[in-house]
Design a protein around this ligand. Structure first.
Ligand SMILES: [Zn+2]
Length: 636
């Protein structure tokens, strides 16, 4: 079979230097506040000392500590990624110390999971469905690869290779092996990374096996449940949809179950589509992506409305105030779309990445970097707040590792092509046709749509520059060295500028960024009669702090006011670390005259109120209060 796979290669984050008013301060806070904060919490909660293997824990153990190794692993990864762009001898010494401790816990056969070594050794590999052993292994592998790349030290990487060899010797289709796979996907994409770092083909083969075996009959989770003396019909989640093991992946039609699991599995599927040149996995990704994006995605890039399964429910079920939308799920969505973008060169995947990044992902961390959302609802009566830590703290270190590697998402190269996916002031060293090109991007994105790109070529060089036209952008202009260039996006959604570039050449690209009203498909009954405000990639919300006691859920905004330009955008350098706010008027229902009355034959009066919208990501940084993304709209 031949494939239509494009082969974009992401430019490594180590080649990208941010000099950006929006991102640079956030990356600095991530490095100087979030990373130490997470380390302190890991230490306080015994997640580091667990590797000394002398803790005592009741059985059945609290489920969160069963996968506590993964939280430390993600910190090792985040800290190592940070070291790769910001050398820091103290942090490096600390990461090395933690890595040594992890290695010291490894068993002679390569096994490495603190909970099962200490507390339930007899239960090793006996409940893959629920107990996250391979999930923890996967995060340790990702941490080990990042640690090796940052420090050049091989000890953690070698230890995780031994663990991977142990897992490879235990699971697979060969006689004598168990035909299992983890209930929480993660190890699949991690093994592809381990393969990338070591070139050991066994790891790629094992990842392929895990993805291919998932959902096969007779069902492994039935078999292992019976071996534990349990009735598989009594599975607490009722259906293997919860862990995307109800059917082989290639037969799945909808994206279902636990949202983080789905995204990690699909990220691995995209990796394997590329590594194994397997068009059936790309086709699967495209089919499930279409279901997700047209029926199951929040405007903010959040996914998974339900707390019950931390995941998906029905098509068009997108309640705003009770949205679960776990931060990790949005991160998984970014990981998956980044991979699909490299495979296809299609801007729709970068659009999802951008929507998630600037909204549902960034809301996951406070402006000061020390508190986090696990859930990211699109409305709140005032009781939802970020916390310093969680009993299940998967999200904070996940935020930290994505921010520490953010540069990876901006640029790609092909043989004679350079691609710009996201806009942020930065300098990047590319190789085009084997020759060095330094690209300098200057912009005030996401507040303004103007981007200047300076092409630092050493000598005249012909190549194609692809610039993404975001889905939100309907009007743009482009000029090269001051001369206007007529340009339409190619079928993939990118503008193509092909020419002989000379030293000093510059491209000016301007995306018009009006304030937009957004409606949801009428099938989303929870959002009927409501609009949201968006400008550029940013989704906006109203917050109590700006509206002095007005109940925002009683407020009505006329969409005509938005469409006819009656709303204005104001740059506020002092507010919330510097944001552009939106201003206009709405009307609010009066309570006056209703004292002692529950029903009456006349509607409530209304009065005009001034409204201020802030970017969604910035809410809940000024104390408790109501928040609404979806605003009532109506004839008034
Ligand atoms: Zn999480």
């Amino acid at each position: 079979m031949t494939t239509d796979l494009a082969t974009l290669t992401p430019v490594p984050f180590t080649q990208v230097k941010f000099n950006d008013a929006f991102w640079s301060p956030r990356l600095e806070v991530n490095r100087t506040v979030t990373l130490p904060h997470i380390y302190r919490k890991l230490k306080e909660t015994g997640r580091i000392s667990a590797f000394d293997l002398n803790f005592q824990r009741p059985i059945p153990s609290p489920i969160v500590l069963i996968f506590g190794d993964s939280d430390l692993a993600k910190w090792i990864e985040a800290a190592s990624l940070s070291l790769s762009t910001h050398p820091d001898p103290n942090l490096e010494a600390l990461v090395n110390k933690v890595a040594d401790k992890v290695v010291s816990a490894q068993q002679p056969d390569g096994y490495l999971n603190t909970h099962f070594i200490v507390t339930q050794p007899e239960m090793r590999w006996r409940n893959l469905r629920d107990w996250h052993e391979m999930y923890c292994a996967g995060h340790l592998m990702e941490g080990a690869v990042a640690h090796y790349r940052a420090t050049g030290k091989r000890n953690l990487l070698d230890a995780l290779c031994r663990y991977a060899d142990h897992i490879d010797a235990t699971f697979g289709r060969e006689p004598g092996k168990k035909r299992g796979y983890c209930g929480h996907p993660e190890i699949e994409l991690a093994l592809v990374k381990l393969y990338g770092a070591t070139q050991n083909p066994h790891y790629l083969k094992l990842a392929t096996y895990f993805v291919d075996e998932r959902g096969a009959q007779p069902h492994y989770y039935d078999i292992e449940a019976r071996e534990r003396g349990e009735d598989p019909a009594r599975y607490w989640a009722k259906t293997y949809e919860y862990c995307q093991a109800h059917l082989p992946l290639r037969e799945q039609k909808k994206v279902v179950g636990h949202a983080v699991r789905a995204m990690y599995l699909l990220s691995a599927a995209a990796d394997l589509a590329r590594e194994n040149d397997d068009p059936t996995l790309l086709e699967t990704c495209r089919r499930l992506w279409h279901n997700l994006i047209t029926r199951r995605l929040y405007l903010t890039g959040g996914i998974g409305p339900s707390q019950h399964n931390e995941g998906f429910t029905e098509d068009y079920d997108l309640p705003d105030e009770t949205a679960y939308a776990e931060t990790c799920a949005t991160i998984g969505l970014i990981l998956w779309n980044h991979r699909l973008l490299q495979l296809t060169g299609e801007s729709k995947y970068a659009d999802v990445m951008e929507r998630s990044l600037y909204n549902g992902f960034l809301s996951g961390v406070s402006l000061d970097g020390a508190s986090f959302f696990y859930e990211n609802p699109l409305g709140s009566a005032g009781r939802h707040h970020r916390q310093e830590w969680f009993e299940c703290p998967c999200c904070p270190p996940n935020v930290a590792r994505l921010l520490a590697s953010l540069g990876e998402y901006l640029y790609s190269t092909q043989q004679s092509d350079a691609w710009v996916h996201l806009y942020a002031s930065s300098e990047v060293d590319l190789k085009v046709d084997g020759r060095p090109v330094r690209l300098r991007q200057v912009t005030r994105y996401p507040w303004e749509g103007k981007v200047r790109l300076e092409l630092g070529v050493e000598a005249p060089q012909t190549f194609a520059l692809h610039l993404r036209v975001p889905a939100w952008c309907e009007e743009w202009s482009l000029s090269v060295n001051g001369a206007k260039v007529e340009s339409r996006p190619e079928g993939n959604g990118y503008l193509l500028v092909q020419r002989e570039w000379r030293p000093g050449d510059a491209v000016e690209y301007e995306m018009h960024m009006p304030i937009r009203a957004v409606w949801a498909n009428p099938a989303v009954h929870q959002l009927e009669g409501r609009i949201a405000l968006q400008r550029g990639p940013l989704v906006y919300c109203l917050e109590g702090a700006d509206h002095g006691g007005v109940i925002l859920d009683r407020l009505t905004v006329r969409s005509d006011d938005v469409l006819s330009g009656k709303f204005s955008a104001d740059c506020q350098t002092e507010l919330l670390g510097g944001v552009t706010t939106l201003h206009g008027f709405g009307s609010i229902l009066e309570e006056e005259g209703w004292e002692g009355t529950l029903y009456r034959g006349r509607p409530p009066a209304s009065r005009q109120v001034e409204i201020t919208a802030i970017p969604y990501f910035a809410w809940d940084n000024r104390g408790p209060g109501e928040m609404r993304v979806w605003l009532r709209t109506g004839g008034r």
